[in-house]
Structure formats: structure tokens, C-alpha cells
Design a protein around this ligand. Structure first.
Ligand code: CMC
Length: 428
């Protein structure tokens, strides 16, 4: 195969290098096209633009394949733990027993959040959405731990920031929830594991101990693994773009959290449950909602359906669907939302509109039902996504900085007025 592509513009041929990834994906490197021809490429929503090379996550949307550092998501979800996957994503290899023990201990010892940060919670309204609080508090970490680090030079310092983020975000997340309930905050407990500690901070009350159910811990750990990275999605691209200005890691992560909150991205898991509840309250008429989703004059979309990249099925959704059945059965929960979700999936998957557009349930379709079964309230669903995605954001930020990638700065095609003269209305 030729390792260049020819682009012919106004009769002139430009040779552009072709790059091929380890899984055979091909890209035309147009980095020099503008210098040579004055043309840029236009790709609104970056639908066909590779923003970076990356060795972290591979996904094939046509075949429904997802792997982290080469390990299939199915194997990791079944056999690994979230902290091990976090190590794998961030440092590139599975840890040895000793490396894992050190990593885990370092995280456990840093779960406490500065008392001055705790005071910030008092400034939020009692019913503040936990995602907004999480974004604000993760940004505040940059003020409490200011430092301009270069991951190539300050390796130990970089690892300290990484560990600190992994340790403190669950504490901040649980506190954001407690704050939204008007309840006293719970402090982390070092004797507990990562997910156990989070669940305890979420649900223990001064009036009542919280019994940690190992099945709930397992299910939560698996959900976090499934969310841990997803290559160049909206929030990850945001982390990379913000981080490319060499702003603090905490600020870049905070930007990612804000980006994740949107209903078309991580906010969809909350929207799915709200949609299912709306359908149930409306008599459970699934066909009516499928018709609404197809109606171009109706802004309603089937939340939890469709994906920019997956055009066959979302492998995470497959695992979550099975897990959803298991968790509900184990916990003896009969959630009508699961029945409606299954009917909706069946109706959509046999409908030409969804078939032609290759719209399948995505990771958010069934995850909300599990979160609900685990006792996680609806307004925390996107926060759970953020906790899961954190190692992926960190890994992508680290890779970008270690490769000394340049500041991200897309171009545009201007479509506004051409030059016109100022009309003075005397405001000066
Ligand atoms: N319900 C009904 N129609 C849909 C849906 C849906 N959920 N998703 C896409 N379509 C239609 C869309 O109207 C368009 O139709 P047409 O070709 O006739 O104009 C076609 O399918 C292509 O959609 P698109 O919006 O151009 O596709 P996109 O790649 O820009 O958007 C998406 C991807 C995920 C934003 C979109 O499918 C969507 O809005 N889904 C619902 C929200 C959701 O579940 N988001 C979570 C995504 S997975 C978790 C994550 O990684 O964030």
C-alpha cells in the first residue's frame, strides 16, 4: 500500500503522508496541507477527524470491539478490578502484586479532603446538582494543590497528583450527594476498599451504620471498569484540549467533568431513567415513544440509544444488560423500568428507522437501572460515570503531555460579514 495520499486541489497535486495504526486503522496526515495549499479540512463535530495517535484504548464501532491497552473489555470486566484497570490505563501495563499494593495504599491514604475545601460545600444551595458541585470542587483542587508539572520531568510529582485525584474524587462525589440531601458528610475510612469506601460515604448515616453488600460492591466495580476509558469522546477530547494549554491536571479534569454532564454524553444515563419513568407514568405505551423518537417534528430522542462510533452494538451495553438481570435478581428487585427498557429495545431494534441508522442501546441504556438497584439516586448517575471515566481522562492527559503534544487549536471557515464600516450611534 502506498504510504502517501494524493489530494488534488485546483489542478495541483499534494502528497500527504498516510499513517496506519496497530489495528490497521488508516489516516491521512493533513497537518501540512494548509501550509502547502492554503486549504484546511472541514469536519463539524470531528466526525472523521483523528485528533491524536493514542496507545490507550482501541474500539471498532463496526465490530463492537473495545479494549484497554490490548485487553478485551469483556475479560477486564469479568476478572479485573477498577483500581487495577486504572493502573493499566494510566501506566500502560497491568501492575505486579507489589505495584498494585503500593498504588492502592497510596490512594487509600489520600482520600481525605482538606477541611477548607469542605467549607466550599456550605456555599452551594442544598439541592445543588452533584455534577455541578463535582466540577467546581475538582477545579478547586487546582487551587489547593497548585503546581505546574511536566510529566516528563516531574514523574513522582505527577504520580502524586494522579493518586490524589483518584483518591479524592469519590470523597467529593459522595459529599456532593450528601450536600444535595442536606445530610451531614461522612469521612472516608481507610480500612475499606475503593468502592466500599465510596458506598459508605454515600449511605452511612449518623443514626445508622451502612451494611456493605459485597454483591453491590462487585456490581459497582464492574460498572466503573466499563466506563473507565472510551478513547477520544467529547469529555476526553475536552480534557486533552484543556490540558494542551498546560493548565493544571485538576483543571483539565474539571473541564472534562463539565463536558460529561451534557445530556448527549454522560448526562444520558439520568435522562434514560427519567424517560423510562415518563413512559411508565404514561401507561407504558412503548410504541408511542418509538414513534415520537422517529418524528422529525418532535425533539424527543430515545435516550441511551445511538452512538457516534458504535454502528453494530456497544459491547459495554451487552455486558451491562446481563449484569442488570443478575443484580436485580440477586437483590430481589423487580423494577418495572427494566421491563419497559427491554420492550423499548425490542421495539426499536426491529424498527426500520433504527435499523437503517444503526441505532443500538449504548452504555447508558441499562446502567441507570443497575445504579438505581444499588441505591444510587438518579442525580448521581452522571457522577458515577465521571468516577469511572477518571482513570481514562488521566491516562489520556498523561499520554498527551508525555508526547509534548502542541496546544490544540482548530481552525474555522469564516461565514460572517465581510468588511463593513462602523456606524456611530454615539455611545462614546
Ligand atoms: N433517537 C432517535 N433518533 C436518533 C437517536 C436517538 N437516540 N440518535 C440518533 N438518531 C438519529 C438522528 O436523528 C439522525 O437521523 P437522520 O439521519 O434522519 O437525521 C441519525 O440518527 C444520526 O444521528 P446523529 O445525531 O447525527 O448522530 P451523532 O453521531 O451526531 O450522535 C448521539 C450520537 C449519541 C449524540 C445520538 O445518537 C444521541 O443523541 N443519542 C441519545 C443520547 C445518548 O444516549 N447519549 C449517550 C451516548 S453513549 C455514552 C457516551 O459516551 O457519552
Amino acid at each position: 500500500m502506498s504510504n502517501t495520499a494524493q489530494i488534488i486541489l485546483e489542478g495541483k497535486t499534494y502528497e500527504m503522508p498516510v499513517f496506519e495504526g496497530t489495528e490497521g486503522e488508516k489516516a491521512i496526515d493533513i497537518g501540512k496541507l494548509r501550509d502547502q495549499s492554503s486549504y484546511i479540512t472541514l469536519d463539524s463535530g470531528y466526525k472523521n477527524t483523528g485528533a491524536t495517535k493514542s496507545a490507550i484504548t482501541f474500539l471498532d464501532g463496526e465490530l463492537g470491539i473495545l479494549s484497554y491497552r490490548g485487553y478485551p473489555i469483556e475479560q477486564l470486566a469479568e476478572k479485573s478490578t477498577f483500581l487495577e484497570v486504572a493502573y493499566l490505563l494510566i501506566f500502560g501495563e497491568l501492575p505486579t502484586t507489589e505495584q498494585f499494593a503500593t498504588f492502592k495504599t497510596n490512594i487509600t491514604r489520600r482520600t481525605l479532603v482538606n477541611e477548607d475545601m469542605r467549607k466550599i460545600f456550605d456555599g452551594f444551595p442544598v439541592n445543588a446538582h452533584p455534577m455541578g458541585v463535582l466540577g467546581a470542587l475538582s477545579s478547586a483542587l487546582a487551587v489547593f494543590y497548585p503546581s505546574q508539572i511536566d510529566p516528563n520531568k516531574d514523574k513522582a510529582e505527577t504520580e502524586l497528583h494522579i493518586v490524589r485525584l483518584l483518591a479524592k474524587l469519590p470523597t467529593i462525589a459522595a459529599w456532593a450527594y450528601k450536600n444535595s440531601q442536606g445530610h451531614p458528610l461522612n469521612y472516608p475510612k481507610n480500612k475499606l476498599g475503593y468502592c466500599e469506601n465510596f458506598l459508605n460515604m454515600m449511605f452511612a448515616m449518623p443514626t445508622e451504620e451502612y451494611d456493605i453488600d459485597p454483591d453491590i460492591v462487585d456490581a459497582l466495580d464492574k460498572l466503573l471498569i466499563l466506563h473507565a476509558d472510551h478513547e477520544q469522546n467529547c469529555s476526553t477530547s475536552t480534557v486533552r484540549l484543556a490540558g494542551s494549554s498546560q493548565v493544571s491536571l485538576y483543571s483539565a479534569i474539571s473541564a472534562g467533568i463539565s463536558s460529561l454532564w451534557g445530556p448527549l454524553h454522560g448526562g444520558a444515563n439520568q435522562e434514560v431513567i427519567e424517560m423510562l419513568e415518563e413512559i411508565i407514568a404514561d401507561g407504558g405505551n412503548v410504541e408511542k415513544y418509538v414513534a415520537k423518537a422517529k418524528d422529525k417534528n418532535d425533539s424527543f430522542r430515545l435516550m441511551g440509544f445511538g452512538h457516534r462510533v458504535y454502528k453494530n452494538f456497544d459491547p459495554r451495553a451487552k455486558i451491562i444488560k446481563v449484569s442488570c438481570d443478575k443484580v436485580l435478581k440477586k437483590l430481589g428487585i423487580n423494577d418495572p423500568a427494566l421491563e419497559v427498557a427491554k420492550k423499548l429495545e425490542e421495539a426499536a431494534l426491529t424498527d426500520p428507522y433504527f435499523i437503517e441508522r444503526k441505532l443500538y442501546p449504548n452504555v447508558d441504556f441499562y446502567s441507570g437501572i443497575i445504579y438505581r438497584a444499588l441505591g444510587i439516586p438518579t442525580n448521581m448517575f452522571t457522577v458515577m460515570f465521571a468516577l469511572g471515566r477518571l482513570p481514562g481522562w488521566i491516562a489520556q492527559w498523561k499520554e498527551m503531555r508525555e508526547e509534548n503534544q502542541p496546544i490544540g487549536r482548530p481552525r474555522q471557515i469564516y461565514t460572517g460579514y465581510t468588511k463593513r464600516d462602523y456606524k456611530d450611534i454615539g455611545t462614546r
